[in-house]
Design a binder for this molecule. Sequence first.
Ligand code: ACO
Length: 322
Amino acid sequence: RPPIGITALGMYVPARVVPNAAYEAHLDTTAEWIESRTGIRERRFAAEHEYTSDVGVAAVRDLLSRDPDGLREVDAVICATISPDALMPSTAALIASQVGLGGAAAFDLSTACSGFVYGLSVAQGMILAGVARRVLVVGAEALSKVVDQTDRNTAILFGDGAGAAVVGPVPGGYGLQEFVMGADGTGGSSLYLRCAAPQLPGGFQMGHSVGMNGREVFKFAVRVLGDSANEVLNKSHLTSGDVDWVIPHQANIRIIEAACGRFGVPMSKTVVNVHRYGNTSSATVPLALREAIDDGRVRDGQQLLLVAFGGGLSWAACTLKW
Ligand code: ACO
């Protein structure tokens, strides 16, 4: 099949920095507890009237500042998000109309923190099916708007931000290689954000904002990151020794460390920025990739492994020759 890859990439994080110490005033927690259990030191929060479409647009504008021709031939926009401005209109449509892509196909994709990697796969499929020449995939979140800031179990984990990637044809030998994706709705009650129904199948009553069973998610995450990474490497005829950089979903440094142990890539080859941004859900993978390119870690021709997990419960991994 013709090679399809990422042809342009932008990122955005809001200006407002929220350090761990900010939670000590209103929650029964300490900055030290948060950092030692999660690796997070600070995160960014969107401004009062800054929502997911705004952070998404800002990431696309960053993409354009790096590559003014970057949106050429884009026929479709996918926004992976769990904090959409609204269920309708789609956040993708709102973003598209503000970046000169009005008229392009646009839709949101809901697989939580796996959403950006899922989006790359959907984009590749649309291009190979001949329904789009290039696809803009945005992972954007304003989670500070949907997380209960009085719940110490969840409030401390999440931050806001966005990444935007154009997926399109690339030269031979580069680009997206293999994908592994999955979901298990029986774990849905471990991590949820309520919308229309007050309860999940099976009768599990949901609260009004993000709810989480941290221990269950932790165990699931370590297992599924390891298993999906191993599976996608096998499918790509690669070993962990072939990987130059792992770009994992940034939820918790302890999850990343334990998962890397399971697929045999050392932390020295793993991109980590969870300490500065916390968990920005669908934005973590493009944020980490963009920063690792900018600081010279990820270079032309390197073998990358992108791996993520999230609500659903869901998972997604892909191999990518940068
Ligand atoms: N400050 C102080 N104590 C806290 C806090 C806090 N902020 N939050 C929880 N605690 C308490 C708990 O209530 C618990 O008390 P208990 O023993 O009296 O019940 C105690 O700390 C220990 O709780 P554990 O769950 O054992 O702590 P753990 O070491 O597992 O860390 C954490 C908790 C950080 C939530 C961890 O389980 C985790 O990271 N889980 C995964 C979460 C995650 O990744 N979620 C996002 C998924 S991606 C997506 O799709 C959005």
